[in-house]
Design a protein around this ligand. Structure first.
Ligand code: PMP
Ligand code: GLU
Length: 385
Protein backbone atom coordinates (compact mmCIF):
# COMPACT_ATOMS: atom_id res chain seq x y z
CA UNK A 1 0.00 0.00 0.00
CA UNK A 2 1.18 3.51 -0.75
CA UNK A 3 2.25 5.27 2.45
CA UNK A 4 0.92 8.52 0.96
CA UNK A 5 -2.57 7.51 2.05
CA UNK A 6 -1.62 6.42 5.57
CA UNK A 7 -2.32 9.86 7.02
CA UNK A 8 -5.48 10.44 4.98
CA UNK A 9 -8.79 9.85 6.71
CA UNK A 10 -11.84 8.55 4.88
CA UNK A 11 -14.18 11.47 4.04
CA UNK A 12 -16.19 11.93 7.26
CA UNK A 13 -19.10 13.55 5.44
CA UNK A 14 -19.45 10.72 2.95
CA UNK A 15 -18.71 7.94 5.44
CA UNK A 16 -21.35 9.20 7.85
CA UNK A 17 -23.90 9.69 5.08
CA UNK A 18 -23.30 6.10 3.94
CA UNK A 19 -23.54 4.85 7.49
CA UNK A 20 -26.81 6.69 8.11
CA UNK A 21 -28.28 5.40 4.85
CA UNK A 22 -27.28 1.87 5.81
CA UNK A 23 -29.01 2.23 9.20
CA UNK A 24 -32.11 3.55 7.43
CA UNK A 25 -32.04 0.57 5.08
CA UNK A 26 -32.00 -1.67 8.15
CA UNK A 27 -35.22 -0.01 9.24
CA UNK A 28 -33.89 2.52 11.77
CA UNK A 29 -35.85 5.76 11.90
CA UNK A 30 -33.14 8.35 11.34
CA UNK A 31 -33.42 11.94 10.20
CA UNK A 32 -30.21 12.70 8.45
CA UNK A 33 -28.62 16.16 8.58
CA UNK A 34 -25.16 14.84 7.78
CA UNK A 35 -24.61 15.61 4.19
CA UNK A 36 -24.22 18.98 2.52
CA UNK A 37 -26.43 18.35 -0.44
CA UNK A 38 -29.55 20.31 -1.45
CA UNK A 39 -32.71 18.25 -1.04
CA UNK A 40 -34.25 20.01 -4.07
CA UNK A 41 -34.43 18.41 -7.48
CA UNK A 42 -32.35 19.84 -10.31
CA UNK A 43 -34.39 22.54 -12.15
CA UNK A 44 -36.17 21.11 -15.17
CA UNK A 45 -34.57 23.39 -17.79
CA UNK A 46 -31.20 21.86 -16.87
CA UNK A 47 -32.48 18.30 -17.09
CA UNK A 48 -34.09 19.01 -20.47
CA UNK A 49 -30.87 20.49 -21.85
CA UNK A 50 -28.85 17.44 -20.77
CA UNK A 51 -31.49 15.08 -22.12
CA UNK A 52 -31.53 16.86 -25.46
CA UNK A 53 -27.72 16.71 -25.56
CA UNK A 54 -27.80 13.00 -24.89
CA UNK A 55 -30.38 12.42 -27.61
CA UNK A 56 -28.46 14.49 -30.17
CA UNK A 57 -25.22 12.59 -29.91
CA UNK A 58 -23.36 14.55 -27.25
CA UNK A 59 -22.20 11.24 -25.90
CA UNK A 60 -18.64 11.23 -27.19
CA UNK A 61 -15.46 12.40 -25.48
CA UNK A 62 -15.50 16.14 -24.88
CA UNK A 63 -12.43 18.38 -25.28
CA UNK A 64 -10.32 17.70 -22.18
CA UNK A 65 -10.76 21.19 -20.69
CA UNK A 66 -14.52 21.19 -21.31
CA UNK A 67 -16.77 22.24 -24.18
CA UNK A 68 -15.84 25.74 -25.42
CA UNK A 69 -19.41 27.11 -25.04
CA UNK A 70 -19.41 26.24 -21.34
CA UNK A 71 -15.88 27.54 -20.72
CA UNK A 72 -16.83 30.84 -22.35
CA UNK A 73 -20.12 31.07 -20.43
CA UNK A 74 -18.28 30.44 -17.15
CA UNK A 75 -15.70 33.11 -18.03
CA UNK A 76 -18.51 35.58 -18.83
CA UNK A 77 -20.15 34.80 -15.47
CA UNK A 78 -16.86 35.21 -13.59
CA UNK A 79 -16.29 38.53 -15.35
CA UNK A 80 -19.70 40.01 -14.76
CA UNK A 81 -20.54 38.60 -11.31
CA UNK A 82 -17.11 38.23 -9.73
CA UNK A 83 -15.13 40.91 -11.58
CA UNK A 84 -12.44 38.40 -12.51
CA UNK A 85 -10.39 39.17 -15.57
CA UNK A 86 -10.54 35.73 -17.21
CA UNK A 87 -11.30 34.27 -20.62
CA UNK A 88 -12.61 30.81 -21.50
CA UNK A 89 -8.98 29.75 -22.02
CA UNK A 90 -8.34 30.02 -18.26
CA UNK A 91 -11.39 27.93 -17.36
CA UNK A 92 -11.07 24.20 -16.70
CA UNK A 93 -14.39 22.36 -16.42
CA UNK A 94 -14.03 19.46 -13.98
CA UNK A 95 -16.10 16.53 -12.68
CA UNK A 96 -17.05 18.46 -9.53
CA UNK A 97 -15.37 21.25 -7.57
CA UNK A 98 -13.74 18.60 -5.40
CA UNK A 99 -11.72 17.37 -8.36
CA UNK A 100 -10.64 20.96 -9.06
CA UNK A 101 -9.40 21.26 -5.46
CA UNK A 102 -7.32 18.12 -5.91
CA UNK A 103 -5.94 19.24 -9.30
CA UNK A 104 -4.84 22.48 -7.65
CA UNK A 105 -2.99 20.90 -4.73
CA UNK A 106 -1.52 18.22 -6.99
CA UNK A 107 -0.30 20.82 -9.47
CA UNK A 108 1.22 23.18 -6.93
CA UNK A 109 2.67 21.22 -4.05
CA UNK A 110 6.07 19.56 -3.89
CA UNK A 111 6.77 16.86 -1.31
CA UNK A 112 6.78 18.55 2.12
CA UNK A 113 5.31 21.88 0.96
CA UNK A 114 2.87 23.48 3.35
CA UNK A 115 -0.68 24.61 2.71
CA UNK A 116 -2.56 26.79 5.17
CA UNK A 117 -6.10 25.55 5.85
CA UNK A 118 -8.43 27.42 8.18
CA UNK A 119 -10.13 25.54 10.98
CA UNK A 120 -13.01 24.87 10.73
CA UNK A 121 -12.53 23.84 7.11
CA UNK A 122 -14.19 21.39 4.78
CA UNK A 123 -13.02 17.78 5.15
CA UNK A 124 -11.38 17.30 1.75
CA UNK A 125 -8.81 20.15 1.81
CA UNK A 126 -6.50 18.36 4.24
CA UNK A 127 -6.90 15.09 2.32
CA UNK A 128 -6.11 16.74 -1.03
CA UNK A 129 -3.03 18.44 0.42
CA UNK A 130 -1.78 15.16 1.89
CA UNK A 131 -2.53 13.12 -1.23
CA UNK A 132 -0.42 15.67 -3.12
CA UNK A 133 2.55 15.10 -0.78
CA UNK A 134 1.99 18.33 1.14
CA UNK A 135 1.50 19.15 4.79
CA UNK A 136 -1.55 20.93 6.18
CA UNK A 137 -0.95 23.80 8.57
CA UNK A 138 -4.22 24.35 10.42
CA UNK A 139 -4.93 27.92 11.46
CA UNK A 140 -7.89 28.47 13.76
CA UNK A 141 -10.37 31.07 12.53
CA UNK A 142 -11.80 33.55 15.01
CA UNK A 143 -15.08 32.53 16.63
CA UNK A 144 -17.04 34.80 14.28
CA UNK A 145 -15.36 33.12 11.27
CA UNK A 146 -13.02 36.01 10.45
CA UNK A 147 -9.29 35.31 10.00
CA UNK A 148 -6.77 35.81 12.80
CA UNK A 149 -4.49 38.83 12.51
CA UNK A 150 -1.59 36.57 13.51
CA UNK A 151 -1.87 34.69 10.19
CA UNK A 152 1.56 35.87 8.89
CA UNK A 153 3.37 33.91 11.60
CA UNK A 154 2.23 30.64 10.02
CA UNK A 155 4.05 31.42 6.77
CA UNK A 156 7.56 30.06 6.29
CA UNK A 157 9.87 28.96 3.47
CA UNK A 158 7.81 25.82 2.81
CA UNK A 159 4.44 27.59 2.57
CA UNK A 160 3.07 27.43 -0.93
CA UNK A 161 -0.71 27.69 -0.75
CA UNK A 162 -3.50 29.26 1.32
CA UNK A 163 -6.97 27.72 1.00
CA UNK A 164 -9.97 29.92 1.69
CA UNK A 165 -13.65 29.01 1.54
CA UNK A 166 -16.25 31.75 1.73
CA UNK A 167 -19.08 31.15 2.53
CA UNK A 168 -17.54 28.53 4.75
CA UNK A 169 -18.44 24.89 5.12
CA UNK A 170 -19.14 24.16 8.02
CA UNK A 171 -19.52 27.54 9.79
CA UNK A 172 -21.43 29.53 7.16
CA UNK A 173 -19.09 32.49 7.77
CA UNK A 174 -18.40 34.91 4.92
CA UNK A 175 -14.99 36.60 4.71
CA UNK A 176 -15.02 40.36 4.41
CA UNK A 177 -12.61 42.53 2.41
CA UNK A 178 -10.28 43.03 5.36
CA UNK A 179 -9.74 39.25 5.67
CA UNK A 180 -9.23 38.88 1.95
CA UNK A 181 -6.74 41.78 1.93
CA UNK A 182 -4.73 40.02 4.68
CA UNK A 183 -4.55 36.83 2.58
CA UNK A 184 -3.87 38.68 -0.69
CA UNK A 185 -1.02 40.72 0.85
CA UNK A 186 0.58 37.61 2.31
CA UNK A 187 0.36 35.83 -1.03
CA UNK A 188 1.91 38.80 -2.80
CA UNK A 189 4.72 39.32 -0.28
CA UNK A 190 5.70 35.65 -0.07
CA UNK A 191 4.89 34.43 -3.59
CA UNK A 192 2.10 32.09 -2.41
CA UNK A 193 -0.95 30.86 -4.27
CA UNK A 194 -4.53 31.11 -3.06
CA UNK A 195 -7.20 28.50 -3.66
CA UNK A 196 -10.53 30.26 -3.30
CA UNK A 197 -13.40 27.78 -3.00
CA UNK A 198 -16.56 29.75 -3.79
CA UNK A 199 -19.02 26.88 -4.17
CA UNK A 200 -21.56 28.40 -1.73
CA UNK A 201 -21.37 31.82 -3.37
CA UNK A 202 -25.06 31.88 -4.34
CA UNK A 203 -26.39 30.61 -1.03
CA UNK A 204 -26.00 33.79 1.00
CA UNK A 205 -28.17 35.85 3.30
CA UNK A 206 -27.91 39.66 3.03
CA UNK A 207 -24.28 39.60 1.99
CA UNK A 208 -22.40 39.53 -1.31
CA UNK A 209 -19.13 37.61 -1.03
CA UNK A 210 -16.09 39.14 -2.72
CA UNK A 211 -13.88 37.00 -4.97
CA UNK A 212 -10.26 37.32 -3.94
CA UNK A 213 -9.24 36.66 -7.55
CA UNK A 214 -10.38 40.20 -8.35
CA UNK A 215 -7.72 41.48 -5.91
CA UNK A 216 -4.80 39.26 -6.86
CA UNK A 217 -5.55 37.51 -10.18
CA UNK A 218 -2.08 36.15 -10.95
CA UNK A 219 -1.94 34.18 -7.66
CA UNK A 220 -5.53 32.91 -7.33
CA UNK A 221 -7.21 29.71 -8.42
CA UNK A 222 -10.97 30.30 -8.20
CA UNK A 223 -13.06 27.17 -7.79
CA UNK A 224 -16.80 26.87 -8.05
CA UNK A 225 -19.41 24.36 -9.18
CA UNK A 226 -23.02 23.51 -9.79
CA UNK A 227 -23.74 21.03 -6.97
CA UNK A 228 -25.06 23.56 -4.46
CA UNK A 229 -26.47 26.53 -6.38
CA UNK A 230 -28.30 24.40 -8.95
CA UNK A 231 -28.94 21.27 -6.87
CA UNK A 232 -26.71 19.23 -9.19
CA UNK A 233 -24.55 17.30 -6.70
CA UNK A 234 -24.95 13.95 -8.46
CA UNK A 235 -24.12 15.37 -11.87
CA UNK A 236 -20.48 15.85 -10.85
CA UNK A 237 -19.64 19.10 -12.53
CA UNK A 238 -17.58 22.08 -11.37
CA UNK A 239 -14.78 24.33 -12.60
CA UNK A 240 -11.61 26.23 -11.85
CA UNK A 241 -10.26 29.46 -13.29
CA UNK A 242 -6.50 29.63 -12.98
CA UNK A 243 -3.48 31.57 -14.25
CA UNK A 244 -2.07 30.00 -17.43
CA UNK A 245 0.84 27.96 -16.04
CA UNK A 246 -1.26 26.42 -13.29
CA UNK A 247 -4.14 25.86 -15.68
CA UNK A 248 -1.81 23.86 -17.97
CA UNK A 249 -0.74 21.60 -15.12
CA UNK A 250 -4.29 21.10 -13.88
CA UNK A 251 -5.34 20.24 -17.43
CA UNK A 252 -2.60 17.60 -17.64
CA UNK A 253 -3.89 15.97 -14.46
CA UNK A 254 -7.43 15.99 -15.83
CA UNK A 255 -6.32 14.57 -19.21
CA UNK A 256 -4.57 11.67 -17.53
CA UNK A 257 -7.23 10.89 -14.94
CA UNK A 258 -10.80 11.94 -15.78
CA UNK A 259 -10.21 12.73 -19.51
CA UNK A 260 -12.98 15.35 -19.33
CA UNK A 261 -16.22 15.90 -17.46
CA UNK A 262 -19.18 13.93 -18.85
CA UNK A 263 -20.14 15.49 -22.19
CA UNK A 264 -23.94 15.79 -21.90
CA UNK A 265 -23.67 16.93 -18.28
CA UNK A 266 -21.77 19.97 -19.56
CA UNK A 267 -24.80 20.96 -21.66
CA UNK A 268 -26.91 20.79 -18.51
CA UNK A 269 -24.39 23.04 -16.77
CA UNK A 270 -24.51 25.43 -19.73
CA UNK A 271 -28.29 25.69 -19.36
CA UNK A 272 -27.85 26.25 -15.61
CA UNK A 273 -25.50 29.14 -16.02
CA UNK A 274 -27.12 30.82 -19.03
CA UNK A 275 -30.78 30.07 -18.27
CA UNK A 276 -33.26 31.65 -15.84
CA UNK A 277 -31.94 31.99 -12.29
CA UNK A 278 -35.29 32.11 -10.47
CA UNK A 279 -34.94 28.58 -9.04
CA UNK A 280 -31.61 29.55 -7.44
CA UNK A 281 -33.34 32.47 -5.74
CA UNK A 282 -36.27 30.32 -4.65
CA UNK A 283 -33.98 27.64 -3.14
CA UNK A 284 -32.01 30.32 -1.34
CA UNK A 285 -35.21 31.81 0.10
CA UNK A 286 -36.14 28.39 1.45
CA UNK A 287 -32.68 27.86 2.91
CA UNK A 288 -33.01 31.18 4.71
CA UNK A 289 -36.34 30.17 6.29
CA UNK A 290 -34.82 26.90 7.45
CA UNK A 291 -31.70 28.63 8.75
CA UNK A 292 -33.79 30.90 10.96
CA UNK A 293 -35.75 27.96 12.40
CA UNK A 294 -32.59 25.85 12.91
CA UNK A 295 -30.51 28.55 14.60
CA UNK A 296 -33.33 29.59 16.92
CA UNK A 297 -34.18 25.94 17.65
CA UNK A 298 -30.56 25.05 18.44
CA UNK A 299 -30.11 28.04 20.76
CA UNK A 300 -33.40 27.16 22.47
CA UNK A 301 -32.34 23.58 23.16
CA UNK A 302 -29.08 24.73 24.69
CA UNK A 303 -26.71 24.57 21.73
CA UNK A 304 -25.44 28.11 21.13
CA UNK A 305 -25.00 28.90 17.47
CA UNK A 306 -23.72 31.90 15.45
CA UNK A 307 -26.05 33.06 12.68
CA UNK A 308 -24.56 31.71 9.42
CA UNK A 309 -24.36 34.27 6.59
CA UNK A 310 -24.07 31.68 3.85
CA UNK A 311 -24.15 27.97 2.87
CA UNK A 312 -26.69 25.61 4.49
CA UNK A 313 -25.02 24.51 7.70
CA UNK A 314 -25.52 25.41 11.32
CA UNK A 315 -22.43 25.07 13.50
CA UNK A 316 -23.48 25.01 17.14
CA UNK A 317 -21.13 24.66 20.07
CA UNK A 318 -21.13 21.49 22.18
CA UNK A 319 -19.46 20.77 25.49
CA UNK A 320 -17.04 17.83 25.36
CA UNK A 321 -16.31 15.46 22.48
CA UNK A 322 -18.24 16.17 19.28
CA UNK A 323 -18.08 12.49 18.30
CA UNK A 324 -19.74 11.47 21.54
CA UNK A 325 -22.46 14.03 20.90
CA UNK A 326 -22.91 12.76 17.34
CA UNK A 327 -23.30 9.23 18.71
CA UNK A 328 -25.90 10.37 21.25
CA UNK A 329 -27.86 12.28 18.62
CA UNK A 330 -27.72 9.25 16.33
CA UNK A 331 -29.14 7.07 19.08
CA UNK A 332 -32.01 9.58 19.28
CA UNK A 333 -32.52 9.23 15.52
CA UNK A 334 -30.66 12.31 14.25
CA UNK A 335 -27.59 12.16 12.00
CA UNK A 336 -25.11 15.04 12.42
CA UNK A 337 -21.42 15.46 11.57
CA UNK A 338 -18.98 15.88 14.48
CA UNK A 339 -16.90 19.05 14.46
CA UNK A 340 -13.69 17.03 14.82
CA UNK A 341 -13.98 16.18 11.11
CA UNK A 342 -13.39 19.85 10.23
CA UNK A 343 -10.09 20.42 11.97
CA UNK A 344 -8.15 19.81 15.18
CA UNK A 345 -9.66 22.86 16.93
CA UNK A 346 -13.28 22.04 16.10
CA UNK A 347 -14.11 19.20 18.47
CA UNK A 348 -16.31 21.63 20.43
CA UNK A 349 -18.79 22.03 17.56
CA UNK A 350 -21.18 19.87 15.60
CA UNK A 351 -22.50 20.43 12.06
CA UNK A 352 -26.14 20.29 11.12
CA UNK A 353 -26.92 20.58 7.43
CA UNK A 354 -30.30 22.24 6.93
CA UNK A 355 -30.59 21.11 3.32
CA UNK A 356 -33.61 19.08 4.47
CA UNK A 357 -37.34 19.70 4.56
CA UNK A 358 -38.73 22.04 7.20
CA UNK A 359 -40.83 19.25 8.72
CA UNK A 360 -37.75 17.01 9.12
CA UNK A 361 -35.85 19.93 10.61
CA UNK A 362 -38.55 20.54 13.23
CA UNK A 363 -38.80 16.84 14.04
CA UNK A 364 -35.01 16.60 14.24
CA UNK A 365 -34.79 19.51 16.67
CA UNK A 366 -37.42 17.88 18.87
CA UNK A 367 -35.40 14.68 18.97
CA UNK A 368 -32.23 16.62 19.70
CA UNK A 369 -33.96 18.37 22.59
CA UNK A 370 -34.39 14.98 24.25
CA UNK A 371 -30.61 14.54 24.16
CA UNK A 372 -29.61 18.00 25.36
CA UNK A 373 -32.07 17.35 28.14
CA UNK A 374 -33.49 20.63 27.77
CA UNK A 375 -35.84 23.20 26.81
CA UNK A 376 -39.02 21.26 27.37
CA UNK A 377 -40.70 24.54 26.53
CA UNK A 378 -39.37 24.45 23.01
CA UNK A 379 -40.79 21.02 22.25
CA UNK A 380 -44.14 22.00 23.75
CA UNK A 381 -44.28 25.21 21.73
CA UNK A 382 -43.65 23.30 18.49
CA UNK A 383 -46.46 20.86 19.30
CA UNK A 384 -48.89 23.72 19.90
CA UNK A 385 -48.18 25.19 16.45
N1 PMP B 1 -16.08 22.67 -1.57
C1 PMP B 1 -16.88 22.65 -0.49
C2 PMP B 1 -16.63 23.64 0.59
C3 PMP B 1 -17.92 21.72 -0.39
O1 PMP B 1 -18.70 21.72 0.69
C4 PMP B 1 -18.10 20.79 -1.42
C5 PMP B 1 -19.23 19.79 -1.26
N2 PMP B 1 -19.16 18.65 -1.88
C6 PMP B 1 -17.23 20.85 -2.53
C7 PMP B 1 -16.23 21.79 -2.56
C8 PMP B 1 -17.29 19.89 -3.65
O2 PMP B 1 -18.39 20.03 -4.44
P1 PMP B 1 -18.62 19.19 -5.77
O3 PMP B 1 -19.87 18.44 -5.56
O4 PMP B 1 -18.72 20.22 -6.87
O5 PMP B 1 -17.44 18.32 -5.95
N1 GLU C 1 -19.57 18.98 0.72
C1 GLU C 1 -20.66 18.26 1.26
C2 GLU C 1 -20.47 18.10 2.76
O1 GLU C 1 -19.61 18.71 3.31
C3 GLU C 1 -20.86 16.96 0.52
C4 GLU C 1 -19.98 15.81 0.92
C5 GLU C 1 -18.56 16.04 0.55
O2 GLU C 1 -18.28 16.09 -0.64
O3 GLU C 1 -17.78 16.22 1.47
O4 GLU C 1 -21.21 17.38 3.38
Amino acid sequence: MSSRLDQVEESATLRLADMTNELKRQGRDILSFNLGEPDFNTPSNIIEAAEKAMKTGKTHYAPAAGIPELRDAIAAKLKSENTLDVSGKNVLVTPGAKQAVFYTTFSLLEEGDEAIVFDPGWVSYDACVKMSGGRTVWVKSNDDGSLPEGLPKYVNKRTRLIIINSPNNPSGAVLDKKDLRLVADLAKDHGLFILSDEIYEKIVYDVKPVSIGSMIPDRTITINGFSKAYAMAGWRIGYAAAPKAIFQNMLKVQQHTATSPTTFVQYGALAAITGPQDSVESMCRQFRERRDVVVKGLCDIGLPCEMPRGAFYAWPKVEGSSEKWAEKFLEAGVGLTPGSAFGPHSDDHIRMSYASSMSDIKKGLERMATVTGGMEGWTKKQKQK
